[in-house]
Write a protein that binds this ligand. Sequence first.
Ligand code: ASP
Length: 325
Amino acid sequence: MNSGHILLLGMGGTIAGVAMDRAKPMAYQAGAIPVSGLVQDLELDEDFGEIEAVQVANVDSRHMTEELLIQLGWAVKDGLERPDIVGIVVTHGTDTMEETGIFLHATLGKLASHYKKAVILTGAMLPANADHADGPSNLRAALYLAKEAKQTEQFGILAVMAGKLCLARELSKQHTHALDALVVNAHEIDGPIHKRQADLSLPGQAQWPWVEVVTSHGGASGKLVDWLVSEHVDGIVVAGTGQGSIHGRLADALIKAAELGIPVVRSSRTGAGAVFSEISEPDSARNWLSARDLSPPKARIALQLAILEANSRKTDDWQSIFATI
Ligand code: ASP
């Protein structure tokens, strides 16, 4: 098995977390153990080969920043381009793993397929010193999947949690504490993965567009949107009810925002399923776009990347770029 080695990039999270009291594993500090420490006691085959552990960050992923996404993106790109690396594993907090997943998918998914390598995101719902900690088995699975990607043809930006492998684009955290909280609704991968058509540019600077998520609900108003517009927001994702339906007062404010040229993307707060154009709201007449199967936080990152790409291509057509993600 030993041909080429694995790059292990640590971002922190519960997988690197420590509970102060093992009997109370829900009270812990995330990002306490260095990523090199996570592999020390893993049971791997003797000929598994070298694991090059690099600490990109060691944070609770609620504190992720655009700067950290950029650092991670360039570290992944470097690993994909190095001939001595056969695959990459990223350990990450589960709270925002879906945002990092869509970011890597949109910017490096094609490159990963080009080099026939897998980038596997994984994490844990229980801290490292909890009884039945899930981190070691998730990490072990990720390392083997990354190592064997060429043979299995399962390359691209993927994620594994609780024994389920999926496209990182399909992750979304949908439970507060279940061990399969992230993959509960994702399609499991059981065969080769098709190539992504094109990558968006990997941002090289931290000046990302300001995009906010607003939620629709009974009794909603348009005040928050009006304020965002007055503060020159660059884009708005609305987390609608059901199939992306939006309260009339909020919709009126979003129509005005779109008339001023502010990108508006309509998603659903339900946590699963998809929002399709023209179903429940007339998107094209209002110059809005539907998020399809992207959750509100994923749609937010996708919209930031689409606006960045549109700016760099000097076009206003962020919609057709968003549609490729
Ligand atoms: N708060 C943690 C984090 O996202 C949760 C986890 O990793 O499961 O870093």
